[in-house]
Ligand binder design. Structure first.
Ligand SMILES: *[C@@H]1O[C@H](CO)[C@@H](O)[C@H](O)[C@H]1NC(C)=O
Ligand SMILES: *[C@@H]1O[C@H](CO)[C@@H](O)[C@H](O)[C@H]1NC(C)=O
Ligand SMILES: *[C@@H]1O[C@H](CO)[C@@H](O)[C@H](O)[C@H]1NC(C)=O
Length: 306
């Protein structure tokens, strides 16, 4: 498998040809899920990813990192973070990690992901020195932990964190075994990713979900959410928005694609330029017969204009 990169220097209108950050050839359980985290203070782009996650003809599973100091043109050699974190299966994201903009722990890098299928759950790793050292932070473990799961067990899986303006971190989580509902789990960290207390966990029945990696983004006090909005099937890629930090969702929504559609992730340009305040960007899997036929990049005017 490989990690590819395409760059745009004109706000997503045109893209460079594909280049490869890493390529491990035909290894079946090689490079796997990753998270991109932008360290704005250090002006670096970090990719944290996993190898040998499924222990299929390889072991142990490791968490790795590469870094770019030139906006993705060139990348460092891989570093093995399992030396600091301990050896366990941890698949970051997929999606993005965050750098805390507000207290507590302003400047911290927070990368959340999930464990192996049996010992699953949401786990976050933290760095307070721009990615030089990492340690284990919050854990929201599955129940029963590290044991075979049944349908409807509590099994938090792939996730996307965002920081809210009060400095808390909201994590939107794939509800793998549909515990409680065919909908998203949401959990909040009040201490910069050290803990994900069950008191801060809820099930958002408005966010119907087939169990998939979904997108979440915060921009200027609004929260955006993308997923294939269907209780069983990966179809109907829908953008929703909330003016109440996810406590409620606006009735209006935008259907991006009615047919097969899967994983999604969002981003935006955070300058005060009028142009940059108007748009969010959505990357998602979509197809005619199967959701993984293509990857689509959509630019959405969040105030409904052109
Ligand atoms: C990463 O480090 C761990 C702990 O030292 C080791 O067990 C593992 O084999 C290393 N992984 C890779 C890919 O080098
Ligand atoms: C798509 O998802 C939205 C949000 O859940 C829902 O209101 C709408 O009915 C769905 N459309 C289809 C065709 O399933
Ligand atoms: C945008 O404007 C606000 C308020 O004037 C300011 O605090 C912030 O630093 C600006 N952000 C950027 C990226 O220029």
């Amino acid at each position: 498998m490989f990690f590819a990169v395409r760059r745009s220097v004109d706000k997503g209108s045109t893209w460079s040809p594909m280049s490869f950050i890493l390529d491990d050839g035909p290894r079946v359980d090689g490079l796997n899920l990753g998270v991109v985290v932008v360290d704005e203070e250090a002006q670096s782009v970090i990719l944290v990813y996993t190898v040998c996650f499924h222990h299929y003809k390889c072991s142990p599973s490791s968490v790795m990192m590469v870094e770019s100091q030139d906006d993705g043109l060139s990348w460092s050699r891989p570093r093995n973070l399992s030396k600091q974190l301990g050896v366990k299966s941890f698949a970051p994201g997929p999606g993005f990690g965050i750098q805390k903009r507000h207290a507590p722990h302003q400047g911290r890098l927070v990368v959340c992901g999930h464990g192996t299928l049996q010992g699953d759950g949401v786990f976050c790793i933290l760095s307070d020195d721009h990615g030089k050292t990492w340690r284990n932070g919050a854990a929201l473990k599955s129940v029963p932990y590290n044991q075979p799961k049944q349908a409807l067990d509590f099994n938090p899986d792939e996730c996307q964190p965002v920081e809210l303006s009060d400095g808390s971190i909201l994590v939107n989580v794939r509800n793998q075994n549909k515990y409680h509902c065919s909908c998203r789990m949401v959990v909040r960290s009040l201490d910069g990713g050290e803990t994900l207390p069950v008191e801060e966990l809820f099930f958002d029945k408005n966010l119907i979900d087939p169990a998939v990696a979904a997108g979440m983004l915060e921009k200027e006090g609004r929260l955006y959410f993308t997923n294939p909005a269907h209780p069983q099937k990966r179809v109907n890629l829908t953008l929703r928005w909330s003016l109440t930090n996810g406590k409620s969702w606006e009735k209006e929504m935008l259907q991006l694609w009615p047919g097969p559609s899967g994983y999604s992730c969002m981003t935006t340009l955070n300058s005060n330029a009028t142009e940059d305040r108007k748009f969010i960007f959505i990357l998602y899997e979509r197809g005619q017969q199967d959701s993984v036929e293509t990857v689509v990049f959509a630019k959405v005017h969040i105030y409904g204009g052109l």
